[in-house]
Write a protein that binds this ligand. Structure first.
Ligand code: SF4
Length: 321
């Protein structure tokens, strides 16, 4: 397969420092701009500016519809203008157009009535707001691209969630590259084999179920196979790779050395994995040791695993989990 294009991520514009907020300010996020920024191509979108509200503008908020409590409306705070129809119409068209951008993921601004992914304040006529809303643009994004990795900037400050998100971005990018090519069942099997350990670290159940789907691939119509493989893989990858799951995956990887690894090296690996399990060393330590032995002993299954060859090493994601 030819080299993959660079990683393109959609992002709420204000997170890059663009002065597009209602008060004319921004919400520049140093990690996104300085650390992740040089490694990706951003596709910035400010729904409120693009829908024509201008900057500065009256603050807007989500409000529970008093006539239909299942409905949430987007309203200006002081003047009470209903922008729901306008924003929904814009979001449908704009999000559809993002298909041409080749996005591998999206980072949204938390708490925004347009961009917030979860726990956005929803106001009522009286009393305190509930924190159970979703911004209208974010809702449309998640509806049209249910498998694309999407996160809020606040959650990316947590090293574990950050590692999970980047893992999913790479998986999605490689998967979309495969499924948009003239792939064969053999290509799908090779892709799946290379991602087995990564999948196991996120969801052992997904690992078993998707393995069954790939095993039966020849008997499944192509369009259905493609849809089910993408749905099941990305929803398994959305489950967080915990320390316990990483530990199981590392132990499984060691099993592939069979008799080739000498007793002392085997004991050393077991002890490093145990140290990882007790949070005494970061994940990068057992991964590096396994990779070292896999190269030395030429264990082709392990050498082909994306799990052992983390991308974006500069982010040092596995030094912190
Ligand atoms: S949160 Fe979204 S709508 Fe609000 S300023 Fe940022 S990009 Fe624009």
């Amino acid at each position: 397969m030819s080299a993959l294009p660079s990683i393109r991520l959609g992002i709420s514009s204000c997170l890059l420092g663009e002065e597009v907020r209602y008060d004319g300010g921004h919400k520049r996020d140093p990690f996104l701009v300085q650390t992740l920024g040089p490694m990706v191509e951003w596709v910035p979108v400010c729904p409120e500016v693009e829908v024509g509200l201008g900057t500065p503008r009256e603050a807007i908020r989500l409000v529970r519809d008093p006539k239909d409590p299942a409905e949430v409306r987007l309203m200006t705070g002081k003047t009470g203008v209903d922008l729901t129809k306008q924003m929904r119409g814009y979001a449908r068209t704009r999000v559809r157009a993002l298909a041409r951008e080749g996005l591998s993921g999206y980072i949204l601004k938390k708490d925004s009535p347009s961009c917030g992914m979860a726990r956005v304040k929803v106001w009522r006529d009286q009393g305190m707001p509930e924190r159970n809303g979703r911004g209208l643009f974010a809702a449309e994004l998640l509806r049209q691209y249910p498998n694309m990795p999407v996160e809020e900037e606040g959650r990316l400050h947590d090293p574990r969630l950050r590692e999970n998100f980047i893992d999913r971005v790479f998986m999605y990018r490689r998967l979309r590259a495969l499924l948009s090519s003239r792939w064969t069942i053999g290509d799908l099997i090779r892709f799946h084999t290379a991602h087995k350990l990564a999948l196991m670290a996120h969801s052992p159940q997904g690992y078993r179920e998707i393995g069954r789907l790939v095993g039966e691939a020849k008997g499944v119509p192509r369009a259905e196979l493609m849809r089910r493989y993408e749905d099941e893989l990305m929803s398994a990858m959305a489950k967080p790779a915990t320390r316990a799951r990483h530990t199981n995956t590392l132990q499984h990887a060691v099993g592939h050395f069979k008799q080739t690894l000498d007793q002392a090296s085997r004991q050393e690996l077991a002890s490093v994995i145990e140290d990882y399990r007790h949070a005494l060393v970061p994940l990068i330590v057992p991964l590096t040791l396994i990779r070292h032995h896999a190269r030395r002993l030429n264990v082709s299954y392990l050498l082909g695993q994306r799990y052992l060859d983390p991308e974006l090493k500069e982010l040092m994601l596995r030094n912190h989990v």
